[in-house]
Design a protein around this ligand. Sequence first.
Ligand code: ZN
Length: 229
Amino acid sequence: MKLYSDPRLLSLGVVHGTTDRAMGNMRLAENTQALFDKLFIPEENILRFKQVHSDTLVCAGSLQQARQIQADALAEADGWVLKGSGFGAAILTADCVPLILWDVHAQVVGLSHCGWRGVAAQLPLKTLQKMQEMGAKGPFSAWAGPHIQSCCFEVQQDVAEQFPGCVIVKEDKKFVDLSKAIKQQLLTAGLEERNIQLPHLCTCGDKVKFFSYRRDHTKDALLTFVYRP
Ligand SMILES: [Zn+2]
């Protein structure tokens, strides 16, 4: 089993990662169960919401609080801010950016599903702000799992104009660099460049390793999760 993950965050005791294609479509319960069984993570303690490409974030300071939030009417969100141990959260992606942020001791961890709409709505920055509201102190770090890169993310003018400085023009085509847009937000928020690791792994460009909505128009998805034991 291969998970994409960040050694800096692993060293702080936060189990996390993004699955690859070999582990199967993570929309299927049998595949997520197999994943969490292998990691000895109680799946019922991993929070999930319906993702809607919004900038809605949910904050949870304990498993109990998290369960309460999940039981409430609010059932749609695209980001989590978690403080405490014994629980975690997971998101599905297939081209969108699975972004993880953490504070100096990883006491507070943010996980967000950043499609272009989320990035344009400053979801990365808003995740960081919520973390600070939860008491997180810098320096902060960031990591992203595999997502569509500028090589493949061709867009029309209406999307391109929402990403000033992050558009690459090749012949008559426009491509957006979502990693760069996220990095800009995080640098503006005060993160140090060396603490922002957004590996260049293109979901659309690598059919062997990843699912891609853009490439295959399927609903098959990778899972990114965070969990503090
Ligand atoms: Zn690509």
